[in-house]
Design a protein around this ligand. Structure first.
Ligand code: NAP
Length: 249
């Protein structure tokens, strides 16, 4: 059986594990271990970092990995580069699965910034008083010490270090437009901060913000390594079949 190492943490990775397993590949889904809740999936699972590109290179050799598919989140900043370097060193084919980014539609009031560190400044320049932060537990760290804007933070796991006045809502997508609109109205937010994750699971907040006329501070994606990029689960499966053969067995 052809062995595929799949870097996970996204809805694409969950679906791809199923598809690869069905197609007869021996798929190992790899998780960083940052969230405690993890849905079970087809194939095998492993959890935890490898110790950088060198550790990953050793793992690829020790486990006899034939193909690497990097389906980490578009905002995973390090793993895609480690995957590229380790796979190149081991002579193993690798591709990046990257869903298309969101683009502004008519009526959107987006202010785009290059990193989450620039978001508090953009919020202040907008003159916002109460913002909905949807940038994850790690991203919320950029707002530690921001005490002149009220924060309504939604994340899967609780962020730490925020001012006591921050309202924390623990929740996980997918979200729908009606509930997102209600949330924004109920918490009286006057701006939204979001990462340009793309995809459908968390896009409803953008529709709700547009309908309410709220500005969105949109954080651009980090740089991606060179090499093949596919935009969907179907394309990823096709790529694996091209490099490793149509069937895993
Ligand atoms: P990162 O900056 O690229 O990764 C940091 C370190 O975590 C990596 O160097 C690696 O450690 C380890 N790691 C990351 N992904 C891994 C994986 N799938 N399997 C094993 N080790 C992994 O990524 P991050 O932003 O911390 O995100 C961590 C995970 O959460 C990713 O798998 C990502 O798909 C998921 N996630 C991230 C976001 C986000 O907004 N950043 C959102 C949703 C889900 P070693 O160097 O020791 O190997």
């Amino acid at each position: 059986m052809k062995r595929v190492l799949l870097f996970a943490g996204t809805t694409e990775a969950t679906a791809l594990a199923d598809r690869l397993h069905e197609a007869g590949y021996d798929v190992i889904s790899s998780f960083a271990g940052v969230t405690r809740k993890r849905r079970s999936r087809a194939g095998r699972m492993r959890v935890g970092g490898f110790g950088g590109a060198a550790g990953l290179h050793r793992y690829l050799a020790d486990e006899g990995i034939d193909v690497v598919v990097d389906a980490t989140h578009p905002f995973a900043a390090r793993m895609p580069f480690n995957a590229r370097d380790a796979a190149a060193a081991a002579g193993v084919a690798r591709c990046r699965v990257l869903r298309p980014a969101w683009a502004a539609s008519p009526g959107d009031r987006w202010v785009t910034v290059g990193s989450v560190g620039e978001a508090p400044g953009a919020v202040r320049r907008l003159g916002a008083r109460r913002v909905l932060l949807t940038v994850g537990r790690q991203g919320a760290a950029a707002f530690v010490g921001v005490d002149d804007v009220e924060l309504v933070v939604r994340s899967i796991e609780a962020p730490t270090g925020l001012p006591p006045s921050a309202t924390v809502i623990l929740d996980q997508g997918p979200f729908d437009v009606h509930a997102e609109r209600q949330l924004m109205v109920e918490h009286r937010v006057d701006a939204v901060v979001a990462k340009n994750s793309g995809g459908t699971a968390t896009a409803a907040k953008l529709v709700a913000a547009r309908a309410l006329g709220l500005p969105v501070v949109m954080i651009d994606r980090p740089a991606q390594p060179d090499g093949p990029i596919v935009g969907s689960v179907d394309e990823a499966l096709d790529w694996v079949r091209t490099v490793a053969g149509r069937e895993g067995r």
